[in-house]
Design a protein around this ligand. Sequence first.
Ligand code: CU
Length: 166
Amino acid sequence: MRRRSGRRARPLILGALVIAAAVSLAGCGSGDGDSAGSLSSPGRPDLRITGAYMPAPSMATMAAGFFTVTNSGGADRLTSVTSDLSDDVTLHSTKDGAMEEEKSFAVPAHGTLDFASGGNHLMFAKLTHKPRQGEKVALELHFATSGTVRISMPVKSATYNPDSGH
Ligand code: CU
């Protein structure tokens, strides 16, 4: 990954801008996640999930989901997400405006993994029902080291913006 190439520099810079935008979008998320506890030994991940939301989908076929993972310990990796809402939940990134499926996402040591509109997102396909605003969708986030973390993802308006809170 240290390789330098003039050709690749430009897309990488654009990618960094997209990530920066995603971080600023997620910065104001409501902090209603529960910490699993703070007795972390060095090297052990200590994850907190905040700002989770799903924009109410216009159709019953597909929905997106966003949240932020804050890690105050060692590195971890988000490997999959499961939910009663869908048997087909995939992890997507957005690169140069186009989304790409990812097998997993790194959670950096003492860092954050952000999902935000225009950036990383969960994609729910083949929904069991159409989620309505005000509903809460139960999710299990599966991490390589921390194991399963359960969260409740509130369904917000279709145009919800975490910065403004509505
Ligand atoms: Cu996608």
